[in-house]
Design a protein around this ligand. Structure first.
Ligand code: NAD
Ligand code: UDP
Length: 316
C-alpha cells in the first residue's frame, strides 16, 4: 500500500556521486524517488543497489530538455562537478546549469513543488574575503576556463531567486564546498580521488602549483544531511546558505595525509598550476548552524579512512 505521506521526489543528477547518496537517503526515509540523469559523469552502477526498490525509478534524460513529471519536490544536482569534465564541453556545462534550472523551475512552478539547487562555493570565484560568508559577492572571472561552471551556477542562483520573488516558488539554495567520499569515480579528476588512486597504485601524487592553495573538505554523508534538513526548513528560508566543513587544509597537506593513511611509498610530483585556481577556500557556516541547526559531524581523518577503504575495493 502506498503511504499517504509518501512524497514523490525528483533528483536530477541522481546517478552521480552526491546524487546517488541522496537518492538512497530519500528512499530510506520512505519517499518515492525519480533519479533523472544523462549519465555524463554519473553511472547506473552508483544506483544499481536501489533498483529493487519499487519506489525507485531511473529516467535517462537531459535537464536541458523540459520534462513533465508528477512530483512534490526537486533536488537539482545535474551538472558535472569535476573541473576536468565540466571543461570538456563548456557550452554544454552552461546549458546544463542555466537551461536545466529554467526547466526544473518551470516544472516546480507547474507542480507547486519545492526545489533545492546544488549551488557551489565556486560562485565566490577566487575569493578575496576569507572565510567566505553568504553576503560576499565573489571575485569572479567571467571569461576564464572555470567560468562555464561558476557563471552557470551564479545564473542558476539568480533564476531561483527570481522565480521565488516573481512566482512565489519555494526554493532553497545551498552553496556546497568541496565534497568527497564513497562513489566518486576512479577517474573523476578531482583532488581527493586522484590522490587516493595514485597513492593506492604507488604512483606519484600530482600536485598542481606549489600545493599551498587550500580547500575545506566535507564528507558526503554530512552534505546529504544538510540537503534534507534544508529542504524541510520553513518556506521563508531560501538561502543561499554555505554548506561545507570549515577545516581548511593545503593541497600539499592532503597529499601527505593520504600517503600516510594509505601507507603508500608514492612520492609527490609538481605540475603547472591550473588557470584561475582559487588560492584559498573556507566556508563560514554560521548561517547553516543558526538556520539549519547543522554542522559537519565527520572529520577529515574519519572521512578519508572511509573513502580510502571504498577505493581499495573499487580499484581493479
Ligand atoms: P557528479 O559529476 O558525480 O554528478 C553530476 C551528475 O549530473 C552526474 O550523474 C551526471 O551524469 C549528471 N548530469 C550532468 N549533466 C547532466 C544533464 N545535462 N542532464 C542530466 N544529468 C546530467 O558530481 P557531484 O559531485 O555528485 O555533484 C553533484 C552536484 O553538486 C553538481 O550540481 C555540483 O555542481 C554540485 N556541487 C558539488 C560539489 C562537490 O564537491 N562534489 C561542490 C559544489 C557543488
Ligand atoms: N589538484 C591537484 N592535483 C590533482 C587535482 C587537483 O593539485 O590531481 C588541486 C587543484 O589544482 C585545486 C585543488 O587540488 O587547487 C582542488 O581541485 P579539485 O579539482 O578537486 O576541485 P576545485 O576545488 O578546484 O574545483
Amino acid at each position: 500500500m502506498v503511504r499517504r505521506d509518501m512524497r514523490k521526489i525528483l533528483v536530477t543528477g541522481g546517478a552521480g556521486f552526491i546524487g546517488s547518496h541522496l537518492c538512497e537517503r530519500l528512499l530510506s526515509e520512505g519517499n518515492e524517488v525519480i533519479c533523472l540523469d544523462n549519465f555524463y559523469t554519473g553511472s547506473r552502477k552508483n544506483v544499481l543497489h536501489l533498483l529493487d526498490n519499487p519506489y525507485f525509478e531511473i529516467l535517462r534524460h537531459d535537464v536541458t530538455i523540459p520534462c513533465y513529471l508528477e512530483i512534490d519536490e526537486i533536488y537539482n544536482l545535474a551538472c558535472p562537478a569535476s573541473p576536468v569534465y565540466y571543461q570538456i564541453n563548456p557550452i554544454k556545462t552552461v546549458k546544463t546549469s542555466v537551461m536545466g534550472a529554467i526547466n526544473m523551475l518551470g516544472l516546480a512552478k507547474r507542480k507547486h513543488a519545492k526545489i533545492l539547487q546544488a549551488s557551489s562555493s565556486e560562485v565566490y570565484g577566487d575569493p578575496k574575503v576569507h572565510p567566505q560568508k553568504e553576503d560576499y559577492w565573489g571575485y569572479v572571472n567571467p571569461v576564464g576556463i572555470r567560468s562555464c561552471y561558476h557563471e552557470g551556477k551564479r545564473c542558476a542562483e539568480t533564476l531561483f531567486m527570481d522565480y521565488h520573488i516573481q512566482n512565489g516558488l519555494k526554493i532553497k539554495i545551498l552553496r556546497i564546498f568541496n565534497t568527497y567520499g564513497t562513489r566518486m569515480q576512479l577517474n573523476d579528476g578531482r583532488v581527493m580521488s586522484n590522490f587516493i588512486v595514485q597513492a593506492l597504485n604507488g604512483e606519484e601524487l600530482t600536485v598542481h602549483g606549489d600545493g599551498m592553495q587550500t580547500r575545506s573538505f566535507l564528507f558526503v554523508d554530512d552534505l546529504v544531511d544538510a540537503m534534507v534538513i534544508a529542504m524541510n526548513t520553513p518556506d521563508e528560508f531560501t538561502g543561499p546558505v554555505n554548506i561545507g566543513n570549515p577545516e581548511e587544509i593545503t593541497v600539499m597537506e592532503i597529499a601527505e595525509k593520504i600517503i600516510g593513511m594509505t601507507g603508500s611509498a608514492s612520492g609527490i610530483s609538481f605540475h603547472p598550476g591550473r588557470e584561475d585556481d582559487p588560492a584559498r577556500r573556507k566556508p563560514d557556516i554560521s548561517l547553516a548552524r543558526d538556520e539549519l541547526d547543522w554542522e559537519p559531524r565527520v572529520g577529515l581523518e574519519e572521512g578519508l579512512a572511509r573513502t580510502i577503504e571504498y577505493f581499495k575495493k573499487a580499484l581493479p
